[in-house]
Design a binder for this molecule. Sequence first.
Ligand SMILES: NC(=O)c1ccc[n+]([C@@H]2O[C@H](COP(=O)([O-])OP(=O)(O)OC[C@H]3O[C@@H](n4cnc5c(N)ncnc54)[C@H](O)[C@@H]3O)[C@@H](O)[C@H]2O)c1
Ligand SMILES: O=P(O)(O)OC[C@@H](O)[C@@H](O)[C@H](O)[C@H](O)CO
Length: 382
Amino acid sequence: MLAIHFGAGNIGRGFIGQLLNQAGYEVCFVDVNQELVDEINRRKAYTVKLANQEQTAYSIEGVRALQSQNEEEVARAIAGADLVTTAVGPNILKLVAPVIAKGISRRLAENKHPLNVIACENMIGGSSALRSFVEQHLTAAEQELAKQQIGFPDAAVDRIVPLQKHEDKLLVTVEPFFEWVVNESQVKGELPKVEGITFVPDLEPYIERKLYTVNTGHAAVAYLGYVRQIETVNKAILQEDIVNRTRQVLEETGALLVAKYQFDRAQHAAYIEKIIGRFQNPFISDEVTRVGRSPIRKLSPQDRLTGPALQALQYGIRPVGLTGVIAAALLFDYPEDPEALQLQRDLQETGLAATVEKYTGITPDHELYPLIESQYESLRMK
Ligand SMILES: NC(=O)c1ccc[n+]([C@@H]2O[C@H](COP(=O)([O-])OP(=O)(O)OC[C@H]3O[C@@H](n4cnc5c(N)ncnc54)[C@H](O)[C@@H]3O)[C@@H](O)[C@H]2O)c1
Ligand SMILES: O=P(O)(O)OC[C@@H](O)[C@@H](O)[C@H](O)[C@H](O)CO
């Protein structure tokens, strides 16, 4: 069994690659980073280490890698693959779509077996978005065939994998916890046999629960921590005001999720506590600048901040905590993050109201705007 995985980065090696390898797939990574591709091909193995007292280590063997610009070889690999996955980042999906389409087009001509392509990105409808990018590169006849043979099941993936700073360029330290949920109703052919994947008939409750709890809480700690010049998540969450504000945010998203999907209230409260415990993991040093990366993406209308804030209103919840994190995200001016720089340029050139409207869709006459504005001013003064 061959799995082609796009993105040999933190989640690619530290989560998806590990599970596929343990399920018996030959894993072939595809990455744009030549140094990483060369190193994987030189060693054909790497280590995943758990961030726990025991530092449990797993050796992932028999892997190889292709350079994503080597379109011929990547397309050929996809044509013969049993599974394709990605963990490249939501904004990169459109860039990998042409080569995936090339592989699918070749496969449709050569091989009648169904194929599934799973985008393992932090976004709602990641595989569906990838499918629409891929379709733009297929002929009408190929699109018809692809509808029958190529599945793009949406997924939710959860495992905290911080930036890696080891001398060993392939070693990846990950938290012990993981969750990978896939929409089975979008799978073509047999369900992939991967221990660790949970198949569900409807992904929406799971992806919203994950994005609006793990990632909303993470963003709260990161942006509030950044404003206070704290470097890592586990240090930021030691601050009483930050942990309290994070809990307030997770109570707001929790109330929304329980009302919308009828999750059990006590189980959801336990889910929140477990996540706060994960953020406190002393064996992980996760920089707030990684967790806060791409603030424009994180402020977008469906994502972890604006998404639940807007939905909360529909359930009679006033999202004071969430709008506070939106305000903190607007203060994220980390110079090495191109989206942070763009956001700051917009704030300087067009002001707060226009910037908020541009990136969140929240207009100055919207009831959330004064909440964002007042908290932005108050955080800015600190
Ligand atoms: N790190 C985490 O804790 C975590 C957890 C769950 C989900 N995710 C999601 O996984 C995705 C990847 O995150 P990450 O933390 O692993 O990032 P990362 O930067 O470590 O990995 C991304 C990889 O994609 C590669 N890449 C970029 N452009 C490419 C292209 N055109 N073709 C092929 N490869 C390309 C990069 O070189 C890099 O190796 C994101 O969507 C993220 O939200 C991350
Ligand atoms: O990957 P992002 O930029 O969408 O979000 C940053 C972190 O919140 C994220 O990577 C988490 O570590 C991960 O989603 C945990 O499952």
